[in-house]
Design a protein around this ligand. Sequence first.
Ligand code: COA
Length: 444
Amino acid sequence: MVSGSFDADGTPDAASAAYTRAVEQGFYDRWFSDEHLERLLQALAPDEQQLLGVFPDPGFTGLEPWGEFYHQLGFGPDYPVGTFVDYDKTLNAGGAEPLPARLITGVTVNPAFRRRGILTHMMTSRLAQAVADDIPLAALTVSEGSIYGRFGFGPATREQKVELNTTATPDGIRFRTPPAGRVIPVDPSRSEDVQKQTFAAFHASTRGSVERQPTYWKLGTARWDPENISSWNRRLRAIVHVKDDGSLGGYAVFSFEGWDQQPHTMTVRDMITVDTESRIELLRHLGQMDMVDRVVFQHSYPVQDPALQALVNPRACRITSLQDMLWVRILNPVTALESRQWSADGEFSLQLTDPLGIAAGTFTVSVSGAVAQVTSASQPAAAEASTPQHFQMDIETLSSLYLGDASVLTLRDAGRITASEDADWSALSATFDLPTPPFCATHF
Ligand SMILES: CC(C)(COP(=O)(O)OP(=O)(O)OC[C@H]1O[C@@H](n2cnc3c(N)ncnc32)[C@H](O)[C@@H]1OP(=O)(O)O)[C@@H](O)C(=O)NCCC(=O)NCCS
């Protein structure tokens, strides 16, 4: 295995170009042009992504069935057969401050080398590095739901795709609340500071939010066309909500799908606001655009958005899909639990199992004034005796509970949390479960 990072200035050398092309091949993407690579790597460089690559040694027995063909016809020695990228951002878990999270992306294994343990090797070694670096949790988004549970990851936030009927009929969207502030169309290429400022406020106040990578601002300001990042996105439009007090409420960027598309459709690429009032105003503006009969959110629409509860006709919004989004893997239960939101005072102990052994142990959790103190018990029996409420679960289950998307009683009924017979499940639920779903608006 070889690890490295992109050049600080993002200049694509042969190795980083091959690495990036191997990742995109793994996701069945197109073959990137040199110009595309240069732009992409320059945007990724500030994140100091760590690139792990697996390369077959010459003479490796796994290459024997290929004869000479691997060297004659393969992509060349710069191309890894396994890729794994990670870097650090912050995650808002609802506590006083966002906590560091190791984000994992670019996980691919060449189809000719699958099911030989390459992913397992990359994952276990990089999680061990994250532990050594004192990072309390790891996070990723998944292409298939069956891959990452074995490594202790659990789905922790969900997102929706929604379609709004924006026809000027009783079926179209109208809101119960009177308009507040003003929505103004803006030049997307001049809105980078507005987008960054709005996202910073959103990130600080939204449980489940992950800090964004710079690629968002390239796409959000029309500098990159998502279909071809070598050119500007000349279809992109932007609006900004300014509140009655003159402060910034939020923005949306969107594009029209063309006059041939029926019904006439506006697709929202990104919408971030500081609160529900601004979400309603941006939706109201989108809903009142002349000649547009449908507004589509392709992804990243929050579950249980209060703005949709403000609709006069609830059926003006149709949910077209609901899926898991952020998956979390707790590495350090003490730091992770002390950094999350809690609903009520309480005291309990948790016996955690972990297939990788990283977070296994018994932990006592004492919540007072919405802040938890967590200690790792060297004597599990003593912890069990000192707290009447003693629960057992695995790390995957705790990771799914962590941000408040899944509830204690649901996972108990699924057989994933157990306790002694006299355990007070209502008390644990009152302390652990959170009143609103988490929301992550950052794909990586
Ligand atoms: C997913 C992928 C990275 C797995 O790589 P791999 O090196 O074959 O995985 P491993 O050999 O380490 O397998 C580890 C375990 O996971 C299982 N597994 C791997 N991929 C799986 C999948 N797609 N679905 C279900 N199980 C899977 C294996 O069967 C194995 O289980 P076992 O230990 O019980 O035998 C690889 O198939 C791939 O590149 N897929 C396309 C890109 C992709 O989906 N990447 C994931 C992005 S989130």
